[in-house]
Each structure stands twice: as C-alpha cells, then as structure tokens.
Design a protein around this ligand. Structure first.
Ligand code: GLA
Length: 381
C-alpha cells in the first residue's frame, strides 16, 4: 500500500479495464517551509516532498490517445492527439504533460492511465504538480526513456503554463520530482538546482487547511507575477532575484506603490530563506519559526495574498504551545497554513489548533502532520 492505494488491487482493476498489466508510478505532494512567491522571480524557496502521493498505473496503447480513469475522483476522460486542446478540467494536467513530452521527442503515441492517491485536492499541497509529475514519470518509463528530475519538473511546469494556462513557477513540480527523504530542498529557481538540508528529528510540520477556496485564484496569481516582472523591468534587472533591499530603496521612485510592496516581499522573503537554511543547519527551531511568522506578515501585508480565514489559522497556530511559527503556504487566496512544531508536541498541537479554530468559527479544519519523502518514481513492476 502506498499513497493509500493497494497496488495489487490497482493492477487487477487496470487489467480488468484495459486487458494488460500496468507499471505503477508515484509522485508526492509538497510542503514549502519558506520562500513563497519567489520561484517565478528566480529566487530561493525551501520545499519538501511529503508522504501524500499521486499514484498512476500506466501501459502504452496504439490509439494515438490517452484513456484516463481517475479512481480518486471517480472520473474518466479520453484525449485524442489529433484535436488536443485545453478543455478546462483536471484532464488538462494529464494531456498537457503528454503534449510536452511528445513535443520534446518522447515516442509515446498513446497510453492508458489509472490514477489514484491520497494527496488532498485544493488543500495547498500541490495535488496538480503531483499528478503532472506522476504522469510524466509513467509516460517516460513506458516509452523506454529516462530523464533527469529537473527536466521532468520543467516539462510539467511548461504543461501547466502553456496548456493549463496557470503561470506557476517551478517549485511544486521540482519538489515532487526531486524530493529527498528526511530533507528539505534549498531550491535555487534560477539554476533549478537544490541542496538537500536534513530536517532535525526534533522538528515536525503541521498542515491545516482553512477550506477557504477563493475564485479567481489564477487571475490573482498572474497579477502578482506580472507586478513582480514589471518591478524588475523598472529596476533594470532580469528578475527580482537580482535586487537587494538597498537597491530597492534606491530604485523606489521607479515603482508604483503596489510594485514596491510586491518587490519588498520578494526581496525580504529570499533573504528569509537564506536565514532559514542557516537556522535549520543549527537546528534552531525558534529562529526558523520566527522567520516563518515574518514570512506570513509579508505575504499578508506586502504581497496581499492572504484571506481572513488563513490569517486566523496562522494567528491561532502561532499562539499554540509547542508551535515555533506558522504561515500561509502556497499561492494564497485560500488554502492552508504550515506550522513548525516540536516533533513530540505535534499531534497535540494540531488538535489544539483545530479546537481553537472550532471555538472561533464553529468548524474544526482538517489537518495532518507530514514527513519528508523522496521524489517521484516507479513503485511496482
Ligand atoms: C503556487 C505555484 C508555485 C509558487 C507558489 C507560491 O503554488 O504553483 O509555483 O509560485 O504558488 O510560492
């Protein structure tokens, strides 16, 4: 059993449906400890792959089409190569990856795919990136190809940018493809390379989902990205990565007040990632927690991507005994928080956060304690 899926049963179902035994692949969801809205500015982030996985069973077909069965959502789709265009639903993630791989020369005419897993959808742990990376791993392998994990991440990001139409950065796909067990990744989004940083055994990460889902998420996200790119252009640099706080102050007059706030978030957040890497190396959990709290304030006030439900969760978590820090995680506009806790206190801290939230809002939000795992790969022959 992996990703909550009994692999033998999955293989039997695949055989019954498609008349052939599949190979089976997994790709994990991710957390991001710190470094939010920095990836598309070619900055630094600190994600880790987590023990929630998308599972894809796959076999080639000769139909020039994908036949897709999603067991986790109880949906099916068929996507034909000859009129392949976005249709605006979940199957675009799958079809977009297939298209990228074919355009890159992978000889994958068609495939049958069965999808399952336990990455919560819409909760901010990148279920879409896990789906993309699992599909890419499957399609590459069943066509006899292998690729370096950074290349897999880039194809998946391109699929999401060009086919799904979400202008995301590389962080989610990279973490899913390249995660390392027990480690966070200090990811440089300019070079698309990472150093693994061992997570201290004394630390645990808690995720709590606000369950707020705001409309226009991708529109708001695209606006933040456009603001950052416009700010970089006005400052005469390739990306906000190339600016420090002094340069930002000197160039302030070239920016609109809004661009200046966005830029200040990115510049200070990249610096916080550097400091967080040092704090982790020292096993300084209070220091790391404080940086996470400051990240939240910056995302709320300067990047303006938080919502009241998420602010409340972060505030509750920050005040909970055993928690060193907490912040909004992911793109924002709903979603959830990540909290750093002492490992032994984590289960009771999660329960305390849920109780406090229930007392304030009437509902107990879903959450879990996660651990860092390795990246995508084949799980069964
Ligand atoms: C979303 C995107 C990522 C990243 C985060 C914000 O998760 O998919 O590329 O930009 O938002 O850090």
């Amino acid at each position: 059993v992996i990703g909550g899926v009994d692999l033998a049963a999955l293989s039997d179902r695949f055989l019954a449906r498609f008349d052939v035994r599949p190979r089976v692949f997994q790709a994990p969801g991710r957390i991001n400890i710190i470094g939010e809205h920095t990836d598309y500015c070619e900055g630094l982030a600190m994600p880790a792959a987590i023990d929630r996985r998308c599972i894809v069973a796959a076999a080639p077909n000769d139909l020039d089409a994908l036949r897709i069965v999603a067991l986790n959502t109880n949906k099916t789709a068929r996507r034909d190569w000859r009129d392949l265009r976005p249709v605006g639903d979940w199957s675009d993630y799958v079809a977009g990856v297939w298209r990228e791989l074919r355009l890159a020369g992978t000889p994958i005419a068609g495939a049958d795919l069965m999808i399952d897993g336990d990455v919560p959808i819409g909760a901010g742990v990148s279920s879409s990136a896990a789906l993309e990376v699992a599909v890419a791993s499957a399609l590459l392998a069943i066509s006899g190809r292998s690729a370096e994990s950074g290349a897999v991440a880039r194809w998946c990001q391109s699929a999401e940018n060009a086919f799904v139409g979400m202008p995301c950065g590389i962080m989610d796909q990279f973490a899913s493809a390249s995660g390392q067990a027990g480690c966070a990744l200090l990811l440089d989004c300019r070079t698309v390379t990472a150093n693994a940083i061992a997570l201290p055994a004394s630390a645990a990460f808690i995720l709590v989902d606000s369950q707020a889902r705001h409309a226009l998420v991708s529109g708001e996200y695209a606006e933040r990205r456009a603001d950052c790119e416009a700010a970089a252009a006005a400052l005469g640099v390739a990306a906000l990565r190339d600016v420090d706080l002094d340069a930002l102050r000197r160039g302030q007059s070239k920016l609109t007040p809004r661009q200046a706030r966005r830029a200040r978030h990115v510049v200070t957040e990249i610096e916080r990632v550097r400091q967080a890497a040092d704090a982790l190396a020292r096993e300084d959990l209070p220091g790391l927690g404080e940086l996470m709290n400051r990240s939240h304030a910056s995302l709320r006030d300067d990047m303006e991507v938080s919502v009241p439900e998420v602010d409340l969760l972060a505030e509750i978590a920050q005040e909970t005994p055993g928690v060193h820090g907490a912040r909004l995680m992911g793109g924002g506009f709903g979603g959830g928080i990540i909290a750093l806790a002492d490992a032994e206190a984590a289960p009771s801290a999660l329960a305390a956060i849920q109780r406090a939230c229930e007392a304030r809002t009437g509902t107990s939000p879903p959450g879990f304690v996660c651990s860092a795992v390795g990246g995508a790969g084949e799980v069964a022959p």
